[in-house]
Design a protein around this ligand. Structure first.
Ligand code: ZN
Length: 340
C-alpha cells in the first residue's frame, strides 16, 4: 500500500471522506451525514473518528501524510477558520484547522470547496497535464477558481476566480453580492430553473408546465429531457443559457488566456443542449480560437487541441472536491522537501 492523504468534502448535509494515494488513486471512501446544524464540534468529532478509522486501516502499509478539507463558504486559509458560510451555521470563527489537527496529529489544510474541486480537476480530471486552468462550477451560483501550475491564484483579496460575479448585463438582475447583471443570475443551474419557472408563469410553456405539475421540484434534468424531445421552449432556455455562459467565457478567454476552462456542476450532464450556443458565442467574441478537445477526456496531451485554449466539461463530478482536498497535504510535503 502506498503513502496516502485524506480528503474531506463537507457539505450542508453530507460529509464525504476519502483516502487517496500519492498517485491519485482512491483507496477507500466513506459517506456520512454531516449534521451541520449540530455545530462544528459535533461534525468534527464524527469526521475525525471516521478519518482515524480509515488511517488505522491503511497505516500499516503506507504513511498517513495529512488531511485536507473543502468547506462551502469563505475560508481563511491562513488562520484555518471559516469566515462566513450560509450552509454551516455556527462555524464562523471556529478554529476548524486547529481542532482537527489536535485530534488527528497531522498537518491539516482547509479551503473553499470550489477551490478544492478545481485542484481536483487539475490534478486528476479534465485539467490533468495542462499548465493553467480556470474552473467554473455551475450550481446555485457560479463557483470558480484559477489554477496556475498546482496552485490556486487567489488575488489580493482572495477574490480571484469569482466568475459568478462578473457582470454580463449592464442593467441586469440584482445579485446577492450587491451588484447587477452578474453572470450567475443567467448561467448558473438555479438561473436555468428560474427561467423555466418564468416560462411556465407566462403561460407559453405547456410541456414544462405539465412536467412541473407532475414534479413541483423542477430540475434541470426535466428541462433537458424536454429539450431533447424537441420542446421548443426548453430548447430556447438552454440556447440562451449557453449564449450567456459563452459570453462570460469569451470575457475570461480574452482577459486571462489560460490553457483550459473546465465547466463543472450537475448541469453539465445537459452539455449537448447548451454547448453549441456556448461555443458559437465564444467563437464570435473570443480573440483566441477555441475548440472542444477531440478526446472525450479532454486532455491536451492526448492529441486533442494543442495550440488553443480549450473549453471542456469537468470529468470527476462530485469526487473532484475530494481529490483536491487530498492533494493539499501532498503538495505541501513536496514544497517542504524542496531544496532552497
Ligand atoms: Zn453578484
Amino acid at each position: 500500500m502506498p503513502d496516502f492523504s485524506i480528503g474531506v468534502d463537507l457539505g450542508g448535509t453530507n460529509l464525504r471522506i476519502a483516502a487517496v494515494s500519492r498517485e491519485g488513486k482512491f483507496l477507500e471512501r466513506i459517506d456520512l451525514e454531516a449534521k451541520a446544524v449540530r455545530g462544528p464540534d459535533h461534525v468534527i468529532n464524527d469526521m475525525c473518528a471516521a478519518v482515524l478509522r480509515l488511517t488505522e486501516k491503511h497505516r500499516g502499509d503506507g504513511q498517513f501524510l495529512g488531511a485536507g478539507m473543502g468547506i462551502p463558504g469563505l475560508v481563511d486559509i491562513e488562520s484555518g477558520t471559516v469566515r462566513k458560510s450560509a450552509n454551516l451555521p455556527g462555524w464562523s470563527n471556529y478554529p476548524v484547522r486547529a481542532e482537527i489537527e489536535k485530534r488527528l496529529g497531522v498537518p491539516v489544510f482547509i479551503d473553499n470547496d470550489g477551490k478544492c474541486a478545481a485542484l481536483g480537476e487539475k490534478w486528476m480530471g479534465a485539467g490533468r497535464g495542462v499548465a493553467t486552468m480556470g474552473m467554473l462550477t455551475l450550481g446555485t451560483g457560479i463557483g470558480g477558481a484559477i489554477v496556475l501550475g498546482d496552485e490556486i491564484f487567489r488575488g489580493t483579496n482572495e477574490m480571484a476566480g469569482e466568475f459568478g460575479h462578473v457582470p454580463i448585463e449592464r442593467d441586469g438582475l440584482p445579485c446577492g453580492c450587491g451588484g447587477y447583471g452578474c453572470s450567475e443570475k443567467y448561467a448558473s443551474a438555479s438561473a436555468l430553473i428560474r427561467v423555466a419557472h418564468e416560462a411556465i408563469a407566462s403561460g407559453r410553456a405547456p410541456a414544462l408546465a405539465q412536467a412541473a405539475s407532475a414534479n413541483p421540484e423542477l430540475k434541470a434534468k426535466v428541462v433537458y429531457d424536454l429539450a431533447m424531445q424537441g420542446d421548443e421552449v426548453s430548447r430556447n432556455i438552454f440556447h440562451k443559457f449557453g449564449k450567456d455562459l459563452g459570453f462570460l467565457l469569451a470575457g475570461l478567454l480574452n482577459s486571462l488566456d489560460l490553457d483550459m476552462y473546465v465547466i463543472g456542476g450537475g448541469v453539465v450532464s445537459a452539455w449537448d443542449a447548451f454547448a453549441p450556443s456556448m461555443f458559437a458565442e465564444i467563437r464570435a467574441r473570443a480573440l483566441i480560437y477555441v475548440t472542444k478537445p477531440k478526446t472525450q477526456e479532454g486532455n491536451v496531451a492526448d492529441g486533442g487541441a494543442q495550440d488553443v485554449s480549450v473549453v471542456t466539461k469537468a470529468l470527476l463530478g462530485s469526487d473532484a472536491g475530494l481529490y483536491g482536498a487530498a492533494r493539499a497535504p501532498l503538495m505541501s510535503e513536496k514544497k517542504m522537501g524542496e531544496k532552497p
